[in-house]
Design a protein. Structure first.
Length: 313
């Protein structure tokens, strides 16, 4: 299946089994709400996801999902099917697992994604990048036990700067319906002092800010090392008024910050859905309709990601 331009997907998730989806983050939610309430939230979230899959005409995920090794192989086949330049997985069962699984596949890339507040976090990040081949670092800010601008994380940021890697940080709600919508790290503006203090680190905020549109625009205005990624269904748009269209989002970020700070992603994950062509199709149409010229489209849908990840094709 031919795509209208070269495409690199900056934001996907490798399905994996045998480990809690949130990994080390789950302990923070359990401590805050209790395990039983967390189970109730998880059930409600699954029901909400079913409605969303039906709305998008997506097939329900296979249960159980294929093994992580099989998922990697199937994503390699997705690259061939669509003619993609590559896919980057921002999570995938932990650093060791993801690094091992991706090693035989040069067009599949991965981010380290371990608890930034663990005492060994900087050393583990070095190991993940230098030994396991990870190309960036992923953080779920609302799941952290302390604020993301706490000075305790300065050694971690210094390590990111030393390694010259991008840092992808999710802000905004976690999960679907009945998910988490309030923590001290829910708002991307909490990153302001960190981004100011470490200007050489490219910080990427996904999903157009995931409901915190004005706050992300302010952050990007103040810090030119902050980028936006376009991944997901961006359903958060339904919860603000007036509801922005994808076309309006692309136009707004392009007019304010130019094409080089916008990075395409899909948030692809489970099978049999696989790589979400529908999200690419919606986003590409929106970007074209927003009046972004061809060179800008090439930046958004491939070149910006390749540049930040230091991938030479």
């Amino acid at each position: 299946m031919g795509l209208p331009l070269p495409v690199f997907d900056f934001h996907a998730h490798l399905p994996y089994t045998g480990e809690d989806l949130w990994g080390s983050w789950a302990k923070n939610f359990s401590a805050r709400f209790g395990k039983e309430k967390l189970k109730v939230w998880d059930l409600k979230n699954k029901e909400a996801q079913k409605k969303w899959w039906l709305t998008y005409s997506f097939p329900f995920p296979d249960e159980p999902q294929p093994s992580p090794a099989e998922c990697v192989q199937r994503y390699e086949e997705e690259i061939i099917r669509y003619g993609l330049l590559g896919i980057c997985f921002v999570t995938g069962g932990g650093n060791e697992t993801l690094g091992r699984l991706l090693k035989p596949f040069p067009r599949l890339y991965g981010f380290a994604h371990h608890d930034p507040y663990s005492p060994e976090a900087p050393q583990e990040l070095k190991r993940a990048v230098q030994e396991l081949g990870m190309v960036g670092y992923k953080i779920l800010a609302p799941a952290l036990e302390k604020k993301i601008d706490h000075p305790d994380l300065d050694p971690l940021w210094e390590t990111c700067a030393e390694l010259k890697i991008p840092v992808l940080i999710h802000f905004g709600p976690l999960g679907g319906e009945a998910g988490i919508t309030y923590t001290e790290n829910i708002n991307p503006l909490v990153l302001h002092d960190v981004a100011k203090g470490f200007p050489s680190i490219p910080f990427v905020v996904p999903h157009f800010g995931c409901g915190y549109l004005r706050e992300l625009l302010h952050l990007m205005w103040a810090c030119d090392n902050v980028y936006v990624d376009t991944s997901g269904n961006n359903e958060w748009r339904r919860y603000i008024w007036p509801e922005p269209t994808l076309k309006e989002l692309f136009r707004l970020f392009y007019e304010l910050f130019g094409a080089k700070r916008i990075i395409f992603g899909t948030d692809s994950s489970h099978f049999p859905r696989g790589w979400v062509y529908k999200y690419f199709e919606e986003q590409f149409r929106a970007a074209v309709e927003a009046g972004i010229p061809d060179e800008g489209l090439k930046d958004i849908f491939a070149q910006n990601a390749l540049r930040l990840l230091k991938i030479n094709l």
